[in-house]
Design a protein around this ligand. Sequence first.
Ligand code: SF4
Length: 369
Amino acid sequence: MLTALYIHVPFCEKICVYCDFHKEIATLTKKTKYIDALIKELIKNKDTLKNIKTVYIGGGTPSNLPLDLLEKLLEAINENINITNEVEFSIETNPNDITIQKALLFSKYNINRVSVGVQTFNNDHLKFLGRTHNKSDVINAVNNLHKAGINNINIDMIFSLVKQTEAELREDIKEVLKLDITHLSYYSLILEEKTTLYHLYNQNKVSMNSEDIEALMYNIVIDSLVENGFNHYEISNFCKDGFESNHNTIYWKNLDYLGIGSGSHSLINNKRFYNESNVTKYINDTMNDIDEIKVEYDTEPLREELIMGLRLLKGININDINTKYNIDLLEDYKELNEFIKKDLLVLDNGFIHFTRKGLMLGNLVFGIF
Ligand code: SF4
């Protein structure tokens, strides 16, 4: 039985310069048809969702759906899945979407964890990134969520922004720490192909920070958050005690999940699937039952499990992985012993995990798998 469900809503108000997610700007008619198709796919799979423990509505920007469409989707989820108190039910949002009405709607339909895409509080950086909110929108959003009784709040942040100074980073962290939140995802700015940022970089119109500056900033992020009561539990994720993301932990532990909606991925019985990513085709195929919209693709389960497992600061249980894959991890991947000698990895009570130095050089380690 599956325990995790991901629901994709691929619509955004505006496209951010760095974003390579599956998203688009669409008309209300297209959004309406999409929600109908999404609900149809949900109902088709409802029998596999009886034991669900986490539901995550991501995007795109699900919070940007008009109130009535959002309500239609949330109503259908509640009608078809038993959302008990134990279920972690999350939604991704942009700060300027979280009016008190939307916050109350979330809580009416049992959403108990909200992720807010903030990225930075600096107006110049927000403008460059193509974000549509400002600092007061973030404060209002968090207040509205608390007023609606939703206290499990994640903030997404980005460091090592183009031309970001150390002082600006510290200012961002200071603002984050003023918020009453339980979880923080803090990623460095990544140059992804097919983004505006990538084109600007290739035309020499922007430069990216060096690895040294990125490492310096990453260290500042870790130190500041840990000193202020956050547990650093995954390479880019921090939480207050007991507030790890249950949904994302399913991905990091390489456990099964079902994804519905265009372009979503699923992992079921060691097989990976993706859904049709063209939104119009997804809608047509789903509504007309034309095709099986899930397409299987090749995976490397051991490699994926090693990479995802090492993202967790607790690391990988060596016995478990040896038994599951019938391997001898430290023998089959001899380079791991070199990384241990160089203080990038450490053996700790049957687990292997990154040291602080290793966190800065994660890609070097991941490269051997
Ligand atoms: S709002 Fe999120 S999903 Fe939409 S373009 Fe920006 S980063 Fe991408």
